[in-house]
Design a protein around this ligand. Structure first.
Ligand SMILES: Nc1ncnc2c1ncn2[C@@H]1O[C@H](COP(=O)(O)OP(=O)(O)O)[C@@H](O)[C@H]1O
Ligand SMILES: [Mg+2]
Length: 251
């Protein structure tokens, strides 16, 4: 579903290369964990997948279902079924969460060639998903993410992921100081959405999240490259021995 081949990317402003020949394949149905020390390029990778214009791809390719996404803008990527959840979700003052969800869900449906949802149907779906996340509907009247606590932001993020039914989900959970409750919200959300036709990429600095989300594959990112890939045991090995051993092996 996702194939990244020899990807090189730099910061547009000053030309610093951050991603340096990265290879990664994630199949449909797979939950892939990306781990790696601070500064290795994990968040940068998620920004590049989102299509942020402050990063430039200089070499290599990113294929989604066999097609390059490099020429697609962020909105086109989203309509194609790519969903990204960032470490720091954006606050959208002036737009009620419910309004945001309605617009996003209907845009997604139009892109799939489906009819827009009528308000009662839309409300029913949102209520069902919010209930599963123990979210109060009253919260959805508030502007998206504005003044939300860390846990509320996570719930809002997972709510969007449930309702938009993406095919490829990328979640950057690095360093976000998630408390155990927030961690469980994310993990339950990811686990509930596991499906044979969906792929998930979970970026995390800590092994702890992977106690709740058991990944199919684990990839270690270091200095802009995947230096080791393995199965879930690799995360345990990292927990025990840290990154030093693997970095030494690759050097
Ligand atoms: N816009 C930017 N300007 C300057 N340096 C950046 C920028 N984005 C990323 N970097 C640098 O790129 C490296 C990788 O950062 P990042 O992707 O955030 O790593 P990680 O998420 O793995 O901790 C770091 O050294 C960081 O300082
Ligand atoms: Mg990061």
């Amino acid at each position: 579903m996702l194939e990244i081949k020899n990807l090189h990317a730099r910061i547009a402003e000053d030309g610093t290369e951050i991603i340096r020949g990265l290879n990664l394949t994630v199949k449909a149905g797979e939950v892939a964990a990306i781990m790696g020390p601070n500064g290795s390029g994990k968040s940068t990778l998620s920004y590049i997948l989102a299509g942020r214009s402050d990063y430039e791809v200089t070499e290599g390719e990113i294929l989604y279902n066999g097609q390059s996404i490099l020429e697609m803008d962020p909105a086109e990527r989203a309509s194609a079924g790519i969903f990204l959840a960032f470490q720091y979700p954006m606050e959208i003052p002036g737009v009620a969460t419910m309004e945001f969800l309605k617009t996003a869900m209907n845009a997604q449906r139009r892109a799939r060639g489906e009819d827009e949802l009528k308000i009662p149907d839309l409300l029913k779906r949102v209520r069902a998903a919010a209930d599963e996340l123990s979210m109060d509907m009253g919260m959805l009247k508030r502007p998206l993410n504005v003044g939300f606590s860390g846990g509320e932001k996570k719930r809002a993020e997972i709510l969007q992921m449930k309702l938009l039914e993406p095919k490829l989900c990328v979640l950057d959970e690095t360093d976000s100081g998630l408390d155990i409750d927030a961690l469980k919200i994310v993990a339950d959300g990811v686990n509930a959405l596991r499906s044979p036709d969906r792929a998930m990429v979970v970026i995390t600095h800590y092994q702890r999240l992977l106690e709740y989300i058991v990944p199919d594959t684990v990839h270690v990112l270091y200095r802009g490259q995947v230096i080791k890939s393995g199965e879930k045991d690799l995360a345990l090995e990292l927990e025990k021995n840290g990154y030093a051993g693997i970095i030494g092996e690759a050097a």
